[in-house]
Each structure stands twice: as C-alpha cells, then as structure tokens.
Design a protein around this ligand. Structure first.
Ligand SMILES: [Zn+2]
Length: 264
C-alpha cells in the first residue's frame, strides 16, 4: 500500500516537473532571442494574462480549458501537454523500476533503506533535462548547451550508482553517441544536429547496457521515420524521438534484457 502512495506521488511530481521543464525551455528561448522574461509567474505567451493557480495544474488544467487560454482563446501548444504526460509517465516508470523490487512486508522506513535512492533521484533529475531538451529540439530544432551538460552529468551520476557491467555501460554509450556523432560529422550537420550525439551520451548512461543502446538506436529511428517521413522535412529534430524511445525502453528493460539473453 505504501509503495502505491509513493508511486502516485512520483507520477504527480513527474507531471509538475514536465510542466516546469517546458516552461524553462520557453524562458531559455526568450533569453536567447533577447526578449524579456515574463517574470516568476506563469503567463499566457499570446496575451500576457497571468495564470491563476487552478490554470496551472499540469494535465488537468489543459483538459478543462480544452488546451486554450481562458482569456484570449489562443491554443496552448501541444508541447506543453506532451511534456506533462511524458513527465508523469517517465517518473512513474523510473519510480516503479525501484519500488517493484521491494519485498511486500517491509515498512516505510525499511523501504527507504532498501531502495537505491541516489540512482532514482539522479534518473529523475536527468529526466527533467531530457524533457526540456525534447521540447526545445522539437520547437526550435536545437538544444541549449547548458542543459545538455546538466543532463549528461545527472545521467553520469545515475550510471555510477546503478550499472551492472562497466564494459556494457561504456559500449552502450559508445554505440549510441558514436553513431550519432558519425551521422552528424559525415552529413556535415545536414541530417542530425550537433546536440544529438551529446543527448545520446546521456541516454547511453541511463540505459547502461550495450544491448539496450542498440534497441534505442533502432526504436528512435523507427519512431522518427513513422512521424517525420510523411512530412518530407529535410532535417529531422531527433531529440523528441530519442527521448520517447528511451522512456519506452527503460519501462520494458527487464523484459527486453531477458528476451535478448534468450536469443543471444
Ligand atoms: Zn491568452
């Protein structure tokens, strides 16, 4: 029962952090463009209306307002709601990854002692960076260097606390970011941007396994092709697909690894 309460808390926290990441992406962008920061309070980007507390609840407010500003009726971007859902799902997945291994009869205090808390917190901190990068890349086709560095550092901390084999970890990071670096280098930035291989460093650390890194490579490209090919855009923003593929793989990694172990 206690695990379920913690899990619900973690999912709500994820939605809030997704909202926060999206908001920060906007703030960084406005600063880059030399525009004024709207200040501490959240505002409607179109009309500048300050949002009340009940207009600021992740996911719920969006659903109640049908994705529009209550004053001017301007549509709130899809990125906002997607970031909040991604936050809720990914935090739930990370939380469950650590909570599901706890024996049932353990009390709250013992639970905190059993859980790999540093790894869990670092994974969630890295996840906020990943969401911000996915939003930024999806909207503006590039990624802020400061957030890339933050995310790689957090992912590195996670890997330090939770990896099984060092060679598998290093191999996975090399496969993933090496491939994207080659694509970036050989296509002279035409096919993928310069941020993708750094984003892949972070995802490589978080997957911490060379087999999962290969699955990430396939899945992110598959998702990207399905969504982007009909639009016939020359340059793809790979960031959102890399991040979504990562969450799917992290959620199913236990099953994936046991299946792969049987096949190999
Ligand atoms: Zn408005």
């Amino acid at each position: 029962m206690f695990e379920i309460c913690v899990l619900i808390f973690v999912i709500i926290l994820g939605a809030v952090m997704g909202s926060f990441a999206c908001c920060q992406a906007w703030r960084i962008r406005l600063k880059e463009e030399g525009k004024k920061d709207p200040g501490k309070r959240s505002v409607c980007i179109a009309c500048g209306k300050k949002l009340k507390w009940f207009e600021n609840i992740p996911i719920l407010s969006w659903l109640i307002q049908k994705g529009k500003c209550r004053k001017c009726g301007t549509a709130i971007g899809r990125a906002e709601i997607l970031a909040e859902i991604l936050g809720a799902v990914s935090f739930g997945v990370i939380g469950w990854n650590y909570l599901c291994v706890i024996p049932e009869e353990v009390g709250p205090l013992e639970m905190l002692a059993t859980i790999n808390l540093p790894a869990m917190v670092a994974a969630m901190a890295a996840m906020v960076g990943l969401i911000l990068l996915a939003v930024y890349d999806g909207k503006w086709g590039e990624m802020p260097v400061s957030i890339l560095i933050y995310t790689v550092v957090m992912s590195g901390v996670y890997a330090a606390f939770d990896f099984t084999e060092i060679w598998s970890l290093v191999g996975g990071v090399a496969i993933l970011s090496g491939t994207y670096y080659l694509l970036y280098f050989l296509s002279k930035e035409k096919l993928v941007g310069g941020g993708d291989w750094i984003l892949c460093l972070a995802i490589g650390f978080l997957l911490a396994d060379w087999r999962l890194a290969l699955v990430e490579l396939c899945l992110s490209n598959l998702l990207g092709s399905i969504v982007m090919l009909p639009k016939r855009k020359k340059k793809m923003a790979f960031g959102p697909f890399l991040v979504v593929a990562f969450v799917i793989i992290f959620a199913t990694k236990g099953w994936l690894l046991s299946t792969l172990a049987m096949e190999l």
